[in-house]
Write a protein that binds this ligand. Structure first.
Ligand code: DQA
Length: 150
């Protein structure tokens, strides 16, 4: 049966392509979303994709979509990874699993990026592979659903 995957891009990811290209590469959010849609088609999954700069907006999207539609979440919480108890609590509260994704290798960067509030409540994470982190994250979300893990 086809699975519904919610993809969330956090703050400043709308600036990809122009934003610190040495760290995040040259591909835009549109490029990433295009690659995700292509992979989803191949894997027989349906996607809904959101980008939000506001923490509360991300909480609302997770609550609403997990209640009515989504089977799993692929989320790059961006800077909120390192600060947000609200997003962490929301992911813990919902019944569906989440995969944490980062474009850069957060553990090879500043120390404040080494802490993730999200990792303990995620099924797992992918980081450091640029655009491919999202593709691997989508595959990981489907793997997680197949293996019955929240
Ligand atoms: C990021 C890493 C975060 O530390 C940073 O705040 C971002 C992007 C990444 O995808 O590499 O905005 O989540």
């Amino acid at each position: 049966m086809s699975k519904n995957i919610l993809v969330i891009h956090g703050p400043n990811l709308n600036l990809l392509g122009k934003r610190e290209p040495k760290i995040y590469g040259k591909c835009t959010l549109e490029d990433i979303n295009g690659a995700l849609k292509k992979e989803a088609k191949k894997l027989g999954a349906s996607l809904r994709i959101f980008q939000a700069n506001l923490e509360g907006e991300i909480v609302n999207i997770i609550q609403e979509q997990s209640e009515e539609w989504a089977d799993a979440i692929v989320i790059n919480p961006a800077a909120y990874t390192h600060t947000s108890v609200a997003i962490r609590d929301c992911l813990a509260a919902v019944r569906i699993p989440a995969v944490e994704v980062h474009i850069s290798n957060v553990f090879g960067r500043e120390e404040f990026r080494h802490k993730s509030f999200i990792a303990p409540v995620a099924a797992g994470g992918v980081y450091g592979f640029g655009k491919e982190s999202y593709i691997l994250g989508l595959q990981a979300a489907l793997y997680t659903l197949k293996n019955g893990k929240k």
